[in-house]
Write a protein that binds this ligand. Sequence first.
Ligand code: MN
Length: 231
Amino acid sequence: MEFTFPPAVVATVPVAGSDQVFPVHRIYCVGRNYVEHAKEMGGTGREAPFFFMKPADAVLPLPAGVVGEMHYPSQTADLHHEIELVAAIGAAGRDIAVADALKHVWGYAVGIDMTRRDLQAEAKKLSRPWCLSKGFDESAPIGPIHRITDAGVMDRARIHLDVNGVTRQDSTVDKLIWSVAETISILSGYVELLPGDLIFSGTPAGVAAVGRGDLLEGGIDGLGTIALRLV
Ligand code: MN
C-alpha cells in the first residue's frame, strides 16, 4: 500500500517530566459540567451530560514554563476561554463501570476549551452543530500531561484562569456535576474509548471574551500552570 501523499502527522501533547509525547486520538468535551457555569449559559445545572468533539489536531501544546502563542481565530468577535481539567485515556473500553473508570485514565492535564461564542450562540439558535464554534484550529490549548501516578486523585484541586493578571475563573474540580469517572462511564456507553483520547471535563463559571494581546494563565493544583498569549 502506498499513500497518495504523506499522511498527517499525529498530534501530540508533551508528558510532564519526560521526553515522551502522548499521541492524541480524539478530543471529547463535556458541556455545562459545573452548576454555576450551566446557569450562566442559561441551563438549570441539573441536565444529563452532553458531548461535543474537536479534531485531534486542534491541540495547541503548551510546554511547562513557556508562554505559548495562539492565533486569534477567524470568523469571531467573541472568543471565550474555558479552563478545564483534561483526562487522558490510556486504555480502551466500552460500557465502562464508574468504579473501573479511573483505571482507563493515563493522566491529567490543564486545558482550555477555546470557543467562538458568537458562532456557538448562532448555532444554538438555529439548532445547528457546534463543530466550527468549538473545533477550530488551535482551539484546544493544553499543558503537559501528568501521569495519574504523579497527579494523584484529582478530587478537590483548585482550577483557575487569569487574564492579564486578573482572575476570571476560580473553582475546584469537586464541583463538577459529573465526575471524570462518571463522564468516562457515560461516554463509553456511546463510543469505545481508545488510548490517546482526551476528555475536556467542562469549565467552571466566569467564561468571558479575550482579544489579541491578552495573556491567559491557567492552572490546576497538582498539574502546574499553562500560559498563552493571543496574537
Ligand atoms: Mn467547555
